[in-house]
Design a protein around this ligand. Structure first.
Ligand SMILES: [Zn+2]
Length: 265
């Protein structure tokens, strides 16, 4: 499942490749991923051109000459820039441009392609918190201020902070020596600062290495950021790199976490 690093890279590559292209045709295999009837959706796009590509949380935002196209890969999928020669086998949506290239979108399970007149009109992105990578330490502190509940579910709640998922949350908590279910109100200023720094480090490291090795980018290439970079995440029964005790997997609300119970309090 793509998280902030992969979405960040999609938006950057799509901005570089797609700005200036004009929609010529839209192939719709999975109409339920749209927020408009297929004919209406097609009608809004054809003839408009792409001005800029950005992202908010797990949504990729294409600013058009009129309106916005918003894509969310859900539990995962592919967005590929292709030509007729390398048209992929599995496509849920394909956007063909007047220059003959296409953007092919596949959802592994379910995703969204929405049209919106303005971003404020689109409830699913309007309610998201700020992108995790754009937060200052002070902004992070104020988001945590007065919050009850445990730290990990808070970090995964996209309405509070956007873009962090179960892959990018685990090592920052370990390296800041914080148990995923610690109460936010019990965190010291130093712990909040350490956690903030580790989140920023993890997101930037993943971006530098082309995103997760389980995901493919706009050109169909896998990233190189994976288990080799992780301290505890997905390292069940291996020794903790700090104290040598065995890494455990625990339930943390609706998700699981790999932790060192000796180092993370
Ligand atoms: Zn340990």
């Amino acid at each position: 499942m793509p998280e902030l690093p992969e979405i960040h890279l999609f938006a950057k590559d799509m901005h570089q490749e797609l700005v200036g292209k004009t929609f010529d045709a839209v192939e719709i295999v999975q109409p339920k991923s749209l927020n408009l009837p297929p004919e209406d959706f097609r009608g809004r796009l054809i003839g408009t051109s792409i001005q800029a590509v950005s992202y908010h949380g797990k949504w990729i935002q294409l600013e058009l000459s009129k309106g916005w196209l918003l894509i969310n890969l859900g539990m995962g999928g592919e967005i590929l820039l292709i030509t007729d020669e390398n048209y992929p086998e599995k496509v849920r949506l394909a956007f063909r441009f007047t220059d003959g290239s296409s953007l092919a979108v596949n959802f592994w399970w379910f995703g969204y392609a929405h049209w919106a007149d303005t971003l404020a009109d689109h409830a699913m992105t309007a309610k998201l918190g700020p992108n995790a990578i754009d937060l200052s330490l002070e902004a992070f502190r104020s988001l945590l201020q007065g919050r009850r509940g445990a730290i990990k579910p808070f970090l995964l709640n996209q309405a509070r902070i956007a873009g962090i998922g179960n892959v990018t949350v685990q090592d920052p908590l370990f390296r800041a020596r914080i148990h995923p279910m610690r109460k936010i109100s019990d965190l010291s200023d130093d712990e909040v600062e350490a956690l903030y720094g580790e989140i920023q480090h993890t997101l930037r490291e993943a971006i530098e290495h082309g995103g997760s090795k389980w995901e493919r980018n706009l050109y169909g290439r896998h990233g190189s950021w994976g288990k080799d970079f992780f301290s505890v995440a997905y390292r069940l029964d291996e020794p903790c790199p700090v104290c040598g005790k065995t890494i455990e997997k625990i339930k943390t609300g609706s998700t699981s976490s790999y932790i060192c119970a000796h180092c993370q309090l």
